[in-house]
Design a protein around this ligand. Sequence first.
Ligand code: ADP
Ligand code: MG
Length: 711
Amino acid sequence: MKICRFLSSAFEDLKMNLKDDITKIRGIGEKSAEAFYAAGIYTVNGLLHYFPRNYSSMPEAVKIKDITKEGRRTVYGKIMNTPAMFGRGGRTILSFLISDGTGRIKVNLFNMPYMRKSIQPGRQCYFSGLCTLKGTEILMSQPKFLTEEQYEESCGRLSPVYPLRKDLTNTKLQKALKEVLPLCTEIKEYLPSEILAGEDLLPIPQAIRQMHFPENMEDVYAARKRLAFDEFFLFLARMELLKQGPEKRESLYVCAEECSKSAAEQLLSKLPYELTGAQKRTILEIQKDLASGYCMNRLVQGDVGSGKTVVAFAAALAVVAAGSQAALMAPTEVLAAQHYKDICKMSADYDLPFKPALLTGSVKASEKRQIKEKIAAGEINFMIGTQALIQEDVEAKDLALIITDEQHRFGVRQRMDLAGKGREPHVLVMSATPIPRTLGLILYGDLDVSLIDELPAKRLPIKNTVVDGSYRTKLYQFILKRISEGRQAYIICPMVESGEDECEATEGLANVVDYSEELRKKFPPEVTVDMLHGRMKPAEKNEVMRRFACGETKVLVSTTVVEVGVNVPNATVMMVENAERFGLAQLHQLRGRVGRGEWQSYCIFVSGGEDGEMSKRTQERLHILSETNDGFKIAEEDLKQRGPGDFFGLRQSGLPYFKIADIYTDADLLKRVKPIVQKICREDSESLRNLRAALIEKEEMDYIDFHGICL
Ligand code: ADP
Ligand code: MG
């Protein structure tokens, strides 16, 4: 009897379920799990929802002599020599030759030293990988090795290409996904069958399966439609359910208007600039909300550089002056640290009643404990941080206002976590994402919206140019000139390291590591060059940002980590390498990092290809940027050019909530979803119960998801 129970529980243990940690998956140990965690994949369910960003199909084999153009190729060849192994730029490279009797190819494998043994001279197999031409030499990087059987099986089939991180290869992801795919059936369908039929949607398990391993592109489109529908559906349902209950919730935190006004006056009268009309209007709207006796729920939307931060500070000041506490959440540690620094400085300079604290993932445990005690005791009245702020059960004494900067998460749970029980705080959300008005109404129906549609007057418009790589030497001279005048520069590269992506043409793309190394050699030693990317530890990143912000570093070579909200007014040059690889909205955000001070700023988009041949389409795309600084217009124009089918292009909205859906290209779908959501949410039915359950699951998953993604 006992043994029986023991056996059955052991069996239970073996059975995976969706919420299990990924170490439960066969082939993933503690160590390899790290790479998955780093990509934000924690659970089986998280893995199932980690979707490919593209698909590749292996091309049919060709003779080596017929390879005259660059691109992905498959050849059947023989290994000619023992591989040479060497290191370069922190990577190990294995290099060897293959031949098929019609020609030779030099093969490079990056960071795969363990492959050395399997590269036996004389071995014959299929090699499939990206070929580049260097003079008469053909190079193939990171090829797949396939037996005849494997070749037959995969030829012409679509194979998923996942977003990769260090140590997380496509092969690992595919293998892990094949293990967990059967569990798709356990994901509950929450949509009533009439809706599935009426909207022509796949059942959820099938959609997920097809997204990972489609037979053809039709499969992908159908799967994507279902998943995009779900994202909109759940988002809107969450908003709809949040809204239910009394239309307006009474607030315990009432700040009398005179009081907020005189507090704000203390700040505004001392600022070195006059607020824009739009900023003044927004602050006024916030003050009215805070005095109304109801909970504020306001979205402040303003383009990059429109001055949202000072508006947020004025709001926090009103609450603090009334004796309560405020919290500001930023999406990245870098940004949180910057806000913290600004508020400390203002507090000291203008004699404001803020007692701020910075609370992020990289604050030491002992320090965190102290800060939390002070927050609980009310000795700190303005806490600034990343999501860590909420995750770590902060008990505020008297939290009256939550501000979230540059993000769109209104999880019911997050709000409650911060607020403590029964006391609902005011909520202010700041966003630079340009959302056309009609869509804004659908997305943020229950929020009041303040538009900051005016840029500070004294700004000189940013000068833009689009050039190809042949201008690089001139550009460096230009940058050195600006630096000699006391300014600083950003240079953005699309990659962190070379060869980090085994599936795509990354050869020739600028990467942060090599690029900064080369610049250091090229520039005189007093021109300090530093680098910043998402794989650095938060503390390192903060330190790099600190050095750049105080002018110690002159040139910052970075990935798009700096895209969100960073403010270093002394930086006046933004140079973007391989600009064709970025979405226009993203480039617009990057450009927003300069033009923040009194000096003329420059934005230089360098398109890839040394030879001066820039594709016409890329040029057209980039020219939109040089013609306008208006975020809305850029989004619209880009949409026109890309066309709705082009969904694997560059993601536009940057709304972290939507991984698959795109509010621009899927605008029609979004509009259709709204009434369906309303209908379900307003009837008390089986469907609503299912929906609630799905929402809780989703929220839990997002919550876990977000844990790791805090840059
Ligand atoms: P964003 O809206 O992108 O968050 P910030 O709040 O970071 O913009 O503001 C960008 C820069 O503009 C900051 O250096 C800020 O001090 C400055 N700024 C804000 N408002 C004004 C104004 N009315 N006049 C001049 N400069 C301003
Ligand atoms: Mg900002």
